[in-house]
Design a protein around this ligand. Structure first.
Ligand code: UT7
Length: 348
């Protein structure tokens, strides 16, 4: 059997937790609106002193400790993030350096937004099985889901900024002959439902273009007004209703997909751990599928939407609460910008 298992989990959160009430200082909003529309009560946000690098490496250190695995035993590092600190190098390479994971093994980032951790698990499995990763003494993979979404939030704009938070969590993973693992991922390109432009200004002087033919839409030849739009669109933008409709469909569809692949129906699965975006999305699907309230693990009340960090943060919290016992079986479902979505079946 070509299975895979998570043997260690760790999380890291920024020092500042902002309650809904405190957001009233920055925008016209209320605890009542945020709670009833989303189920979110607070979120953690990085201060100027904190960064994703710090969160991702902190979570990774804890995951290694939890798994009782040394940096020398790691054979693959993947970081799922859409809010990387560096354009280059990758967060995975930064973590590799900070943790002292010896060189000679692959380390890279993936961006599948809120589905990133599920995509990451699928990649880990593929690289362990079909690729050349995690050989010999370096049989473990380190998979991180981390975000510093506050970098992309416009706190003068209430509809998006109240939803998101920062955080990171990591998992130590190894191939297993006993624990089954199934995964499915998908995407449908859509640049308008949920997006943030790369904030970058064209530094090439206008005079450099004089007398030359400017190719329209060439990103290397951005004019002033385009540069301003890019700066504005550097903040996260979302068509909430469109994403809500997509999320409900993706969540319901992936539960069915995992039922088919694992041969276990949702009623019999111990927990469904889905992307923590909105309690109304989860409730809608839960009622549609006639599942009991406790079936879905939720922590969005405390963290808000942490995109690629949300599923591993939930897993780390479940482990802390003693919910991931030997034999526990779960479905994970991610959905978000891309649009991307995916599900996986995990056994503990
Ligand atoms: O992580 C990726 C996945 N993301 C998601 O799955 C998010 C999916 N979408 C959603 O969860 C919901 O669409 C939102 C929570 C984002 C928004 O909920 P909604 O029920 O679609 O609200 P809305 O955007 O239609 O806004 C309703 C009203 C508007 O006022 P009017 O036009 O009815 O007078 C907004 O201006 O609520 C107003 N509003 C707010 N009021 C107080 C919007 N944001 C706020 C706010 N505080 N923060």
């Amino acid at each position: 059997m070509k299975g895979m298992e998570i043997v260690g989990l760790g999380k890291a959160l920024p020092g500042v937790r902002l309650e809904n009430e405190e957001l009233k200082e920055y925008m016209d909003t209320s605890d009542e609106w945020i709670r009833t529309r989303t189920g979110i009560g607070s979120r953690y946000l990085c201060t100027g002193e904190e960064s994703l690098t710090e969160l991702a490496s902190g979570a990774s250190l804890k995951a290694l400790k939890d798994a009782n695995v040394r940096p020398e035993e790691i054979g693959l590092v993947i970081c799922a993030t859409c809010t990387t600190d560096y354009m280059v190098p990758s967060m995975a390479c930064a973590v590799q350096e900070i943790l002292g994971i010896p060189g000679g093994v692959p380390a890279f980032d993936i961006n599948a937004a809120c589905s990133g951790f599920v995509y990451g698990l699928q990649l880990v499995n593929a690289l362990m099985r079909g690729g050349d990763a995690c050989r010999g003494k370096r049989k473990y993979a380190l998979l991180i889901g981390g975000e510093q979404l506050s970098k992309m939030l416009d706190f003068s704009e209430r509809s998006v900024s109240v939803l998101f938070g920062d955080g990171a969590a990591a998992a130590v993973v190894r191939a297993s002959e006993e624990k089954r693992f199934y995964c499915h991922t998908a995407a449908e390109g859509d640049r308008s439902a949920l997006y943030a432009h790369t904030v970058g200004r064209n530094q090439i002087p206008e005079s450099a273009y004089e007398g030359r033919q400017v190719v329209p839409e060439n990103p290397l030849q951005i004019r002033q007004e385009t540069a301003e739009k890019i700066l504005r669109d550097g903040y996260l933008q979302m068509d909430g209703k469109k994403v809500f409709r997509f999320a409900v469909k993706a969540l319901a569809g992936e539960i069915e997909e995992m039922e088919l692949r694992s041969g276990i129906c949702a009623e019999d699965i111990d927990y469904i751990v889905c992307h923590q975006a909105n309690v109304r999305i989860i409730d809608y699907v839960r009622k549609q599928k006639k599942l009991p309230e406790g079936k879905f693990f939720m922590n969005l009340r405390e963290y808000g939407n942490t995109s690629g960090a949300s599923i591993p943060l939930a897993l780390a919290d479940m482990k802390e609460k003693g919910l991931l016992r030997p034999g526990t079986r779960i479905f994970c479902v991610g959905f978000g910008a891309g649009l991307t979505w995916g599900g996986c079946y995990l056994e503990f």
